[in-house]
Ligand binder design. Sequence first.
Ligand code: SF4
Length: 887
Amino acid sequence: MKAAGPVKTTCPYCGVGCGVIATPQQDGSVAIEGDPEHPANYGRLCSKGSALGETLSLEDRLLYPEIAGDRVSWDHALGCVAEKFSVAIRDHGPNSVAFYVSGQILTEDYYVANKLMKGFVGSANIDTNSRLCMASSVAGHRKAFGTDTVPGCYEDLEQADLVVLVGSNLAWCHPVIYQRIAAAKEARRHMKVVLIDPRRTMTAKLANHHLAIKPDGDAALFCGLLDHLSETGKLDGDYINTHSTGFEAALEAARALTRQDVLDQTGLADTELETFFDLFANTEKVVTVYSQGVNQSACGTDKVSAIINCHLATGRIGKPGMGPFSITGQPNAMGGREVGGLANMLAAHMNIEDAGHRALVQDFWGSPTIAEKQGLKAVDLFDAVGDGRIKALWIMATNPVDSLPDADRVEEAIKACPFVVVSDVAQDTDTIRHADVKLPALAWGEKDGTVTNSERRISRQRAFLNGPGETRADWWHLAEVAKRMGFTEGFDYRDGAAIFREFAALSKYRNDDTRDFDIGALSAIDRQTYDGLEPFQWPRPEGRPAVETRFFANGKFYTPDRKSRFVTVEPSSREVVNDDYPFVLNTGRIRDQWHTMTRTAKTARLSAHLAEPFCEIHPSDALRLGLRDADLVRVSNGQGAIAVRALVTDSQKPGHLFVPMHWTDQYASEARVDILVEPKTDPFSGQPASKNVAVQVERFAPAQHGFIVSRERPVFGTQAYWALARCGSGWRAEFALSDLTDDVTALGQQLVDGTGGFEPEVYSDRKRGEMRAAWFDGEELVAALFLSPEPVAVSRSLLSDLLGMPHRDAKDRARVIAGRADRAIPDKGAIVCSCFNVGVNEISAIAAGGFCTVETIGEKLNAGTNCGSCRSEIRAILDRHYPIAAE
Ligand code: SF4
């Protein structure tokens, strides 16, 4: 244990960038609380952030360097990587190698990776999983502002009178921002929220109006809005004339779209359009928040441009409570953008196409070369891996085999690549299993550096644990390889502070206010000050007082004439479905898992919320397909098929499906949804279209359904379906069999090693085809297994709880076999509040007693009173009991 007392750090999950206080405890655990002084969250944390202390175990960690699966010394591993990259560059040129990095790594890591590839290798073949997250926002910002700037800050979301959420499920994906808006709305009753999203997500609970727009209808909607603002005299002529160019052309293009075009492309009713347009037109303080629903699209940049056009046209930008606001998915997507971690950018917000910028960066680095043109963006990069152009690939802190579109093809490409290095914290991921060289990285709590959140706030991630085994910082991996490739001069860093100093110095180098990103005031920062660095928003130029600021209220953009650019947007219909694949598949996140689950799946608390991959489908579609809730379904298209559980809900529109993006081969048999996503990208940003995919869905009827809880991890092989999650003191799994079995004992022994030495208690109802068995080790439940011709009807939360309880007598054991609650141990139902382990049945019981507010549920059950992430779900449960109170 490194730290003796509380350490202020930053959450490693979403782009909100919440401050966390981590306090190592005597027993080796770590207590986690929100940092009340951090301006991103003022003490709040969501369910994922609150559970950080439960994700720190060394189980599954990669602790030593490996080559071909064998442990080797660091020197050997680094030498091997340096040699393979050097040989590829010598024989095939600099563009024959590539880095694929991540919004999970720290700014210091990112800076060194980018410097090595662009300044020393001489290629721009470095891209990042942030390409999948917010590249369209970057492209939109650069088109309009001449640079990649988020103009506003989180306070704007609280000060706005209208918050428009576009393609953004804040309640689940950025819960602390959701809570901040919810609190502001509660305090300022006139404040309104409009949600624009094809799905009725939990965020709709906060919205005065939900516009269930067609996928990719957003650009048409905001073009229609621009026309409406013009027609109703709401334009800010002074701002347009003084601070922009291109307005007439943008307006003309917007006007070319008839009202009928807008109705057709958005799928909205005329009254819905009017309501939204009038609200926007007549509210001065408007913030438009957008995230993956806008960005992950084949026309994502156009959507961003259409949104920004409306803010520029009304001069509602850079002032308190006003502006377009892109919110990023990852903890350091912004930091990556700042250091030029995308294949089409240079460090410190400089442009790779600009010869002056290239010369400046090369001069500052004293590097032998500089990349002269854009490198390969993520999807193209893996195409180049697949067709043999890339001979050596280094993947850091990300899992492209699961997260990139056409993921099976990406896996084949990685398998075929002559040399693959993976730096990661985890021993087993779907990507690292194909690595020639594995390099063990520091995890959250061990690594030390800076990250930037969605409001341009740079915060320290600090170490409070020692790195286990031989784990090392990502920047160290890179610098040591660079030195072994002969680049000793540029990579002799003593620590992260030295890298940060250099980065800050580059940001001010020949800047003279020509570039927005300037943190030159920190270019001489010493180690001690770096260690104590408080969160701050950039810019922080040298020689000027530190002020937290917004951009662009008074113009001064970063284009050659310092004016903004209206962008001409010409939306068209984006129907993707056809007779073979008639459903629109939308992919996204759930509340309690993060990305490919390498950390969040370690905690039973987070896994209790949604323990299995699922497909949301509208009741009318389910009826037509003969599907019932909890049936298994196969979702497929020409690229592949996945098997997941059906979740029948009217929050989906008919003809539309939603499947989460988290599940990998580590936790489910066939649930990698990105195998279905086409490698179709936005023409400007290169960001894949992950939310508008044509698929078919059908019932998948196995011979038998099964459910198991066990204290040891079950091992699945040829079963037709399985999905595994942690629970209580062990594991739970749903599974299905292609062939009937009546030997429940043998099946249990096959799935769980630990059952072998114990005689099971078996129950069987041959008429209904149901079989159950439970194995006990004294009073302890080893495993309980249930088989049924239909989806198994037992209480998952009860059985998860029973796993950790003593079973002293026949009644206790009978309760396990029954899988049903009784008066002694009631059934909580599916877990809603992960912090206090409160289930839907408990909330419903309180609601049935006449209590209809979220606050009362909190008073009675504690649910929703800690991190608050479940408050919208509690509201939804109450609404089912009290539809009128919900209005
Ligand atoms: Fe972490 Fe949650 Fe804050 Fe995001 S909202 S940074 S996941 S605590």
